[in-house]
Design a protein around this ligand. Sequence first.
Ligand code: CA
Length: 274
Amino acid sequence: MSARQPQCDVAALSDKGRVRPINEDSYRICAEQRLFVLSDGLGGAAKGEVASAMAVESVVASLQEDATAESSSNGDGNGVLSHETKTLVEAIQLANQKIHEQGTRDPACRGMGATIVAARITGNRLSVVHVGDSRAYLLRANKLEQLTADHSLVAEQVRQGLMTPEQAAASELQSVLTRALGTEANVEVDADEIELFPSDSLLLCSDGLTRMVPEEEIATILVQAAAVPAAAERLVERANEYGGQDNVTVVVIRLLKSKSWLAKFMPWFSPNLV
Ligand code: CA
């Protein structure tokens, strides 16, 4: 893709943890397209690993067919999404249909489902879309911000003020999702766009990380790691040290301070500061 794209370092790691017999998480990185996709197959349901693999492969295939990014329109900042974000949403809706159809057609896959979280960087804009409780985080100026709102029963109850975050973290209903890919013929996809800055970091992760490792510690690991592979390794290691109750997958993306990118998108930014 064009030189407009920011330079970034990326590392990803997936581990089955210490309890589950298999890994039902999947992820794909398309470095050239700055596309990052992570999916968590629903535990307890049939063929979670099939559903999560279908989810990431289908989204990547759809986006690779979408070669119009160069001439695309920007979002207007008033809730109208850019072409890149819209195509990502459509790709996820198509993945949902495929998983749902296979779950309906194949008895071995009946009821299978998965979460999905996907990030796509276009210039200095991030498109982030998700369904379920896999998350995207932004680390900026050493502060960690969750970009996605979990589609889970306990998260909905916290948002409605019916439960505290502490009660949610201790609840036995944590794994009950209010939205997932594959469980219905159609799915509502949450989508958002934000402006990125040099030195921002992004984290995509499955709940095997966030249910095990406190957010403050996730932030510390991302801040302190010298490079993204070390951050990914440490995050997975900590999830396992806390018990590794679930599969854990992380994708860590760090935007580099590229002078050409700064000059293109932030002409006010002095190159002397780089
Ligand atoms: Ca999981």
